[in-house]
Design a protein around this ligand. Structure first.
Ligand code: FMN
Length: 287
């Protein structure tokens, strides 16, 4: 048996926008269905539960005959996984945390994904799926086997959003206060979990997460640096999804490294980086 390292998976994952025409195999479809139908996989650290629905497509048309639109961003998807949750902070954080775990599970199976919050027609997906009064679709991902040969379009998207330019440590991570950048070698136990936050996907690759490691190295505070007006017209704060993804990467890396701890919300009242900085959550090392 091969034991996969999730740290390895997080390091290798990339958004995939062009897929092979080959359909996802029946056994992989079963594994995915089992995963998304298991309640434990749908609840995040704040205790909120979302839903994930799989819709298979042929030439982007569903079995019900509905054409699902991605404005040409995605080629040859075998299916879509559609996320559904409520529009409040805890639900969005939890949804993203659980959806990223699913993305990593799929990556380990050799299945490609691409988080999509903007470049798809919500209308067409809402025609396909029953959505409750208080629910909405924050994000979807196409799934399929990655085509090794990226389209020119994929390369262009990666170039435009600078997908391969992940911000360096000194722009994201801080030591004790926002006045001092955190030096990788000084992060102690948390070096790899913090590095995994840095490698996570984020909407338009804005990387809004900012972390402050406490002086005693026992607490890591998570802040969001909002990009002004980023997703205002969508009616929800898409960058909160980036924060849920960061929590997922951080926690899974800790788990693999046997670093035990827990999430809590207690604002340490550290002077913010800017007017757009907001405290979200902290991770406490078990004593
Ligand atoms: C919340 C969220 C929303 C995203 N929305 C879109 C989208 O609408 N269209 C798209 O092509 N990519 C979208 N992406 C993918 C990002 O552009 C991508 O994660 C980023 O450029 C970094 O590249 P990587 O995922 O290959 O590391 C989204 C990612 C996240 C996390």
């Amino acid at each position: 048996m091969i034991i996969k390292s999730v740290i390895d998976t997080m390091s290798k994952r990339q958004s995939v926008r062009t897929y092979e025409t080959q359909k996802i195999t029946a056994s992989h479809l079963n594994e995915i269905n089992d995963y998304i139908n298991d309640e434990h996989h749908l609840i995040g650290p704040f205790g909120k539960k979302g839903r994930i629905v799989m819709v298979q497509v042929t030439n982007n048309v569903t079995d019900k005959g509905i054409k699902l639109g991605t404005y040409g961003f995605i080629k040859n998807p075998s299916a879509y996984l559609v996320g559904i949750t409520e529009n409040n902070q805890d639900s969005l954080l939890d949804f993203a945390y659980t959806f990223q775990k699913l993305v990593l599970f799929l990556t380990e199976l050799g299945i490609g994904t691409c988080w999509m919050g903007g470049t798809f027609s919500r209308n067409s997906f809402e025609k396909e799926i029953q959505i409750g009064e208080s629910e909405f679709i924050p994000c979807i991902t196409p799934i399929g086997y990655p085509n090794q040969k990226q389209r020119i379009f994929d390369k262009a998207v990666r170039l435009v959003v600078k997908a391969d330019n992940k911000k360096p440590w000194d722009k994201l991570f801080y030591d004790t206060s926002f006045e001092r950048a955190l030096i990788k070698e000084n992060a102690g136990l948390f070096e790899i979990p913090i590095e995994m936050v840095r490698l996570g996907p984020s909407a338009s690759n804005k990387q809004p997460w900012r972390l402050v490691l406490s002086e005693d190295r026992k607490v890591c505070h998570f802040y969001i640096e909002h990009t002004p007006n980023y997703s205002a017209k969508l009616g929800y704060d898409m960058q909160l999804l980036d924060m849920g993804i960061a929590m997922c990467h951080f926690e899974l890396a800790c788990q693999e490294l046997n670093i035990s701890g827990y999430w809590g919300v207690e604002d340490p009242n550290i002077n913010p980086l800017s007017g757009n900085t907001e405290y979200i959550v902290s991770w406490y090392l078990d004593r």
